[in-house]
Write a protein that binds this ligand. Structure first.
Ligand code: FES
Length: 81
């Protein structure tokens, strides 16, 4: 089970995680990974200036936009399989 944590604090959410959330959901659905991933939101990590933040399997990514989000997912799940 892979954990994905998305910062839902207002800064990260409004500056990209609102769109990253959609990108992640679509990626997981397209690749049949829904059952292998646990997604959850977290509160502000007190690092808004480096946001939006997404954490995948204990690795925290900073300044994630929808394009880099997709790259991160592809790299991560290519590694997994
Ligand atoms: S809102 Fe994400 S670090 Fe503050």
């Amino acid at each position: 089970m892979v954990n994905i944590e998305i910062c839902m604090g207002s800064s990260c959410f409004s500056r990209g995680n609102n769109r990253n959330l959609v990108v992640i959901r679509e990626f997981l659905a397209e690749h049949g990974l829904d059952a292998d991933v646990q997604m959850r939101g977290c509160l502000c990590l007190d690092a808004c200036s480096k946001g939006p933040h997404i954490t995948i399997a204990d690795t925290r990514y900073d300044q994630v936009d929808p394009n880099s989000c997709l790259d991160i997912l592809r790299k991560h799940f290519a590694k997994e399989s």
